[in-house]
Design a protein around this ligand. Sequence first.
Ligand code: S3P
Length: 171
Amino acid sequence: MKIFLIGFMGCGKTTLGTKLAAKLTYEFIDLDKVIEARARTTIAGYFEKFGELKFREFERDTLQRFNYPENIIIATGGGAPCFFDNMEWMNKNGKTIYLSLPPKALASRLKNAKEKRPLIKDLDEDGLIRFITTKLEEREPFYKKAQLIIDGIGLTAEKIVEVLHYQNQLK
Ligand code: S3P
């Protein structure tokens, strides 16, 4: 099974995804890392050189063409579900899980992790919370198309496994 973890920057897709993959003995990839390897530059570098629109095209191409193994957890970039038909594509090709966190929690996780993230790297504390609040509102309609929505507060990989078992999703 392919499990796509989706949600805002800082919601824990990579951290929880790595642990979840270890628990399920699935493979794990971080889509941003695949993009960086393909483009031979960092995400920040890509934005700087080509701009966001080109990044979104490259992101879609990477997401929809990657040669996924049978069982894998995929941490997607925070914007990936919100462009083109990516959300529909993920829903059709795997299981989607939205790790949901409110703006305040996201801001506190992101305040020391802005550098690699071009959309927020120049924002101060006030700017960050305002950006998150607005962007999350804009993005939630896409995130909420996920097949499973899990509260990200205090979330652990064990809890995700429990939910998946409970829903009979792991066969
Ligand atoms: C983005 C999120 C980032 C990365 C890029 C754009 C976004 O991924 O894809 O900086 O638009 O929210 P993370 O969610 O892993 O930080």
